[in-house]
Write a protein that binds this ligand. Structure first.
Ligand code: CKU
Length: 598
């Protein structure tokens, strides 16, 4: 098993950050390997790591670069007796091939999950080592997310995403060299059951050796609360302090591999004790019903693109909490790990989504699909088995990485695929089964359903523990003066879902209207702030009439960058906040609603 554990420093483990200014070079003709770039880049420029390269350039062809590109850095490696040495990448978008001192170290497909490569035999200790990474950001119908790669008449490749966000790429998350004992902890998981005031926590620890494992739990004051021995065992915490939205209490748990009284390895983590269940029409957190309020988001900000930044994330949590929200969906890919650590600390809920977006023929096909008539089938091509393999890997890596966060309450297995044919069910059924087999906490699974996935036509909603709808009544359907008709059509659809949802909750994972922060108009017009408010008023009026609706995540938290096109004005403007995180008028409407809505 490849360990995806977040790096830490203690008496047994160590890591050294490689973040900083690296070298980079584009390789439009893919000649780098033949020309020996693995031993050093011939004509590089400098580039921050972690970093999205696109918005750092002033030249358009550089911003929109698509194809192979290479990074290089050198690092001094301190000698460490008896340790295995790994290189850990938080993510490389969308695929990477890694070389250390000119030798191949490994590769990874998928741009939003970490990978770790054992480089012990490739490095020279007490010396400088060269790290070269070949990256590729092309999209295809087997990549997750899906898209195509076009070719301009001058021979340049161009990304053609089947999705509505900019194809930001590069080494977008942190890179570390990690030192881990030869016999080490690879991973762990837990399951939680509550019994009155007590909690029983069962755990499994995976190691690559035979020595005994000890687990110890400490409360926030540092007092030992529980202890157990064994790789698979359990312990009881009496009078447990639960993790909850208004009181996100975290215990510490420390796993140790021991040899007598010697620690062979030691891995500390946070432990938030909570349960999450779907019961009938209800979503229960710690046995109490919750209503999800919040946002679909993006990792997206001026200049830094998709690079993780603590200050931006802190501001986002501050704004989300200010507005009375309690939840967001990591649309449309797993975010940097620090987002989840912060949600654990802040008391926020996350629907964690795999990058399965664009499983339709083209970006704006959802509009065409809504109008009916177009054959939207996707899951029939001979590329599907490979896509499904990559999708499976992305699910495995997301769940392996995120399963121990109390903030993660559900996994989303898709965003708006074509679902109106049996082939879609045949494609997704094994993926849902697989996801269920991986998550010991049995979190609910869901997937966001497109406008043409209506109750009578959608084959995939039966796979979901709660149904998630992306709906745009009053925007893509019957906008502006037609808003009263949008309301009627919306109610008609919801009446049909009501029959299906006798025993299943439904939430909205998207609804929203593009709005210019500079546009005011009375009476309203589409794109004005007044219209965004009227749109939400109408949508909330409908949602409040149905008792099976258990959540509303608006689209989108903030304006975000997309590919250029006639549907977008320098990006998608459905934000409740502007791209630099200031409120539009609708932010105050949401705040008023969410501060009292439960
Ligand atoms: C959003 C049916 C709606 C699809 N949804 C996907 C999301 O990524 C887009 O940004 C629509 C939109 O159009 O604003």
């Amino acid at each position: 098993m490849e360990s995806l554990l977040y790096p830490c420093i203690n008496a047994c483990r160590k890591f050294v950050s490689l973040d900083g200014l690296w070298k980079m070079q584009f390789d439009p003709s893919s000649c780098g390997k033949e020309e020996g770039w693995v031993n050093g880049l011939p004509d590089p420029f400098s580039m921050p790591v972690p970093g999205t390269f696109a918005d750092l350039f002033t030249e358009k062809e550089n911003r929109d670069y698509c194809g192979d590109f290479w990074y290089e850095t050198k690092f001094f490696l301190e000698k460490q007796e008896g340790k295995e040495i790994y290189l850990r990448f938080g993510s490389v978008t969308h695929r990477a091939e890694v070389y250390v001192n000119g030798q191949y170290a490994g590769s990874h497909e998928g741009g939003f999950t970490p990978f770790s490569l054992n480089i012990t035999n490739l490095v020279t200790q007490d010396a400088r080592n060269r790290l070269v990474v070949k990256v590729n950001n092309e999209l295809s119908e087997t990549s997750i997310p899906c898209g195509a790669t076009g070719m301009l008449s001058d021979g340049r490749k161009i990304a053609k995403p089947y999705f509505d966000f900019f194809n930001y790429s590069g080494i977008q998350r942190s890179v570390q060299v990690t030192y881990v004992p030869k016999e080490s902890i690879q991973d762990y998981d837990t399951s939680i059951s509550l019994n009155g005031n007590d909690a029983e926590i069962a755990y499994t620890v995976w190691t690559n050796g035979d020595h005994e494992v000890v687990a110890e739990v400490f409360d926030r004051k540092g007092n030992k609360t529980a202890e157990s021995r064994g790789k698979e065992s359990s312990f009881v915490i009496e009078n447990v302090h639960l993790w909850d939205l208004d009181d996100p209490y975290l215990y510490s748990i420390v796993f140790r591999i021991v040899d007598g009284d010697q620690d062979i390895d030691k891995y500390p983590a946070k432990l938030g004790i909570r349960t999450i269940q779907v019961q009938g029409k209800k979503i229960l957190l710690n046995g109490k019903e919750i209503y999800l309020k919040g946002y679909g988001k993006h990792e997206d900000f001026e200049v830094i693109g998709r690079t993780f930044n603590y200050s931006v994330a802190k501001r986002d949590y501050a704004l989300m909490k200010w507005s009375g929200a309690n939840c967001f969906r990591t649309s449309h890919y797993p975010y940097a790990e620090e987002w989840y650590q912060m949600a654990d600390e802040e008391g926020f809920l996350i629907i964690d989504e795999v990058p399965a977006v664009g499983m339709m023929r083209s970006l704006m096909n959802f509009a065409a699909a809504g109008a009916g008539g177009k054959d939207t089938r996707f899951f029939i091509a001979d590329t599907i088995p490979q896509l499904q393999e990559n999708h499976k890997q992305a699910i495995r890596e997301m769940i392996q990485r995120d399963k121990n966060h109390p903030s993660v309450i559900a996994f989303s297995i898709f965003n708006e695929p074509e679902t109106t044919y049996q082939e879609a069910y045949d494609y997704f059924k094994p993926l849902f089964d697989y996801a269920r087999s991986l998550d010991r906490q049995h979190r609910p699974l869901t997937g966001a359903l497109l406008v043409n996935s209506t109750p009578d036509r959608c084959h995939c909603h039966p796979l979901c523990d709660f149904i998630s709808l992306n709906r745009y009544y009053g925007w893509y359907i019957a906008g502006g003066p037609d808003l009263p008709d949008a309301e009627k059509a919306f109610r008609k659809e919801m009446d049909a879902w009501q029959k299906i949802c006798e025993d299943k909750p439904l939430i909205f994972t998207e609804f929203g209207a593009d709005t210019s922060a500079f546009e005011h108009k009375l009476p309203s017009v589409m794109w004005s702030q007044e219209y965004q408010n009227e749109y939400y008023d109408m949508n909330f009026r409908v949602m409040d009439s149905y008792d099976f609706i258990k959540g509303e995540l608006v689209w989108n938290f903030a304006d975000f960058q997309t590919t250029e096109g006639i549907m977008r004005v320098n990006g998608n403007k459905k934000g409740i906040f502007t791209r630099n995180r200031q409120p539009k008028d609708a932010a105050f409407l949401l705040k008023k609603r969410w501060e009292t809505k439960s």
